[in-house]
Design a protein around this ligand. Structure first.
Ligand code: SAM
Length: 304
């Protein structure tokens, strides 16, 4: 079960979509003053080197964040037009690479930690089961000296989420939470666990914002997952948003497989600004990252 290591995939097109949507969602939630409880049920190692053996000098990131930087943040010459949501994502990644060379990629724990507000007493809980990645995450987080505001737990994130919802009330009596659910889907059972866990979470805390990444692959369970999430959001009377990004692939040799070419983000209770921000940014991502056959994007949403 532990063959998946996110380091091989860090900064790929799936991470670009996931982290861009996550940042845009958090930016809006953080405009309100109340304490925000954040949970990352499948956290990974937290920080990744883009020049390590894992990533093989960029690896999958060359068709993701590295390509975006080449086009939108060129070392010389004028950059073509970007979008505010895309720029916000690139600025955050650039902040982890102060000397200008793209060497470090922040995973979701560091994206969230970077945006946390200390005056609002935001909290971040990170679940990671892999022994090696769990250790890396703990030592990466320890360097932040964030005290009790960021907690790493070596526990099943699906199970660990339950007692955290509803989140505690802050001094003003407000309860707010964002949950990112981003399993590796290495096991077929992850698909069913995601929908069951989100259904349970919405029952426990209906106004939380739930953000789920999923691969777009020819597998029944993967195809059904966004449909199930939409159904449960609608039955609970909650707003939802579903965005997909497909980079497609160039012509393939016989027996050559393209790898993962598309993924999606499903958000329950999305901020009302999210759809508008993505409407401009998704086509821009396709322009820059698109590789040919199958490239494109979709954006659907429904209100509460
Ligand atoms: N969210 C991370 C990011 O965006 O940077 C990437 C996470 S990666 C896709 C999924 C992680 O979940 C892997 O590191 C894997 O070891 C871990 N994992 C797998 N099953 C888990 C479980 N039941 N509970 C917690 N972590 C799990």
């Amino acid at each position: 079960m532990f063959s998946y290591r996110h380091a091989f995939h860090a900064g790929n097109h799936g991470d670009v979509l996931k982290h861009m949507v996550l940042i845009a969602t958090l930016r809006h939630l953080m405009l309100k003053p109340g304490t925000l409880t954040m949970v990352d049920t499948h956290a990974g190692a937290g920080l990744y080197r883009l020049d390590s053996d894992f990533t093989d000098k960029g690896g999958e990131a060359t068709h993701g964040v590295v390509r975006l930087f080449e086009v939108l943040r060129p070392a010389a010459g004028q950059a073509p037009e970007s979008t505010p949501v895309l720029d916000d994502y690139l600025d955050l990644v650039a902040g982890f690479n102060p000397d200008g060379a793209l060497r470090v990629y922040p995973g979701s724990p560091f994206v969230m930690q970077h945006l946390m507000r200390h005056d609002a007493r935001d909290r971040l809980k990170l679940f990671e089961l892999h022994p090696t990645d769990g250790k890396s995450l703990s030592s990466n987080v320890a360097q932040l000296e964030a005290g009790r505001s960021v907690v790493v737990v070596r526990q099943d994130g699906f199970e660990g989420l339950k007692p955290l919802l509803p989140p505690p009330a802050d001094a003003q009596g407000s309860r707010r939470a964002l949950v990112l659910m981003d399993p590796s889907y290495e096991l077929k059972s992850d698909y069913g666990k995601v929908s069951a866990c989100i259904q349970d979470a919405v029952k426990r805390f209906a106004t939380g914002t739930y953000v789920v990444w999923y691969p777009v692959i020819p597998r029944t369970e993967a195809h059904d997952l966004p449909r199930k999430l939409r159904g449960l959001a609608q039955r609970a009377g909650r707003g939802w948003l579903n965005a997909t990004l497909a980079i497609g692939h160039p012509p393939l040799a016989p027996n050559e497989r393209p790898g993962l070419t598309a993924s999606g983000m499903f958000v329950i209770n999305p901020p009302h600004t999210l759809a508008e921000g993505l409407k401009a940014s998704l086509p821009r991502l396709v322009d820059i990252l698109g590789r040919g056959r199958g490239q494109g994007h979709t954006l659907e949403h429904g209100s509460a």
